[in-house]
Write a protein that binds this ligand. Structure first.
Ligand code: ZN
Length: 242
């Protein structure tokens, strides 16, 4: 099976349109979306309409729940909160109901899929480093768990004696004796210093994971953020990749 795995789209339509073209040229069996479809950029309904039509496995993220008033937003910064309130006013009833229907993590095809940490996924904990990674391995039973949330691609590998290392997130052979916690980064707002969106390709036949990146016309996304009165900071960070 080949899975294309995307996360943290954050209403960025231009990035999604480019990804959609790439997806059509990449042979795959399933498309997985790990949440945070909305928040930050200016096309929440277009993104959700696309995900509803195209994705096979879909998880809700904290921004998705915030947009339907289903989670606490007291820890959101001022920019995220402004985008959240704006998004709330935009969402169609159908898309509100859709977000409400999604799980925050699931196990499907013997793989764990979650927006945030596999430990208490509904609490939206971050997995930032190998120590967080190590703490999270006991909280899923499958060989692989895929996550998003930090907007930073990362691969944590646990060996048979329980030692955890962070390995380069570009390409990784999945060893039979090891387990993996993999963050596919963000399609809509990368934060690892590279403004190009990322997504993951998992080939279970070849036992291989690879991370792909691509360029997109982010100036259009920025224009729409400003036209809609969303914070300028949200436009700037798309160029900075932060
Ligand atoms: Zn996010």
């Amino acid at each position: 099976m080949v899975y294309l795995i995307i996360s943290d789209l954050h209403s960025n339509l231009e990035a999604l349109e480019k990804f959609s073209e790439i997806k059509d040229s990449l042979p795959h069996d399933k498309l997985v979306c790990l949440g945070d479809m909305v928040g930050y950029c200016a096309n929440p309904n277009e993104i959700l309409n696309w995900v509803r039509k195209n994705a096979d496995i879909v998880i809700a993220g904290n921004h998705d729940h915030a947009a339907i008033d289903k989670t606490d937003t007291s820890y959101f910064n001022a920019y995220a909160l402004k985008a959240c309130h704006w998004t709330r006013d935009q969402l169609t009833k159908t898309n509100q109901r859709y977000l409400d229907s999604l799980p925050v993590s699931t196990v499907e095809d013997d793989i764990t899929w979650s927006h945030s940490s596999p430990f208490e996924p509904e609490e939206w904990h971050y997995v930032n480093n190998k120590y967080d990674g190590k703490d999270n391995f006991p909280h899923f039973d499958t060989q692989c768990c895929f996550i998003g949330h930090t907007h930073q691609p990362q691969i944590f590998e646990e060996n048979a004696s329980g030692q955890v290392e962070r390995v380069p997130a570009i390409q990784c052979k999945l060893k039979k004796t090891h387990r993996y916690l993999i963050n596919v980064g963000s399609l809509g707002q990368p934060r690892d210093g590279n403004p190009n969106p990322s997504f993951g390709v998992l080939d279970t036949g070849k036992k291989q994971f690879s991370l792909k990146r691509f360029e997109y016309p982010l100036d259009k996304t920025q224009e729409k953020i400003l036209e809609n009165g969303l914070p300028e900071f949200l436009a700037q960070r798309l160029v900075d990749g932060q």
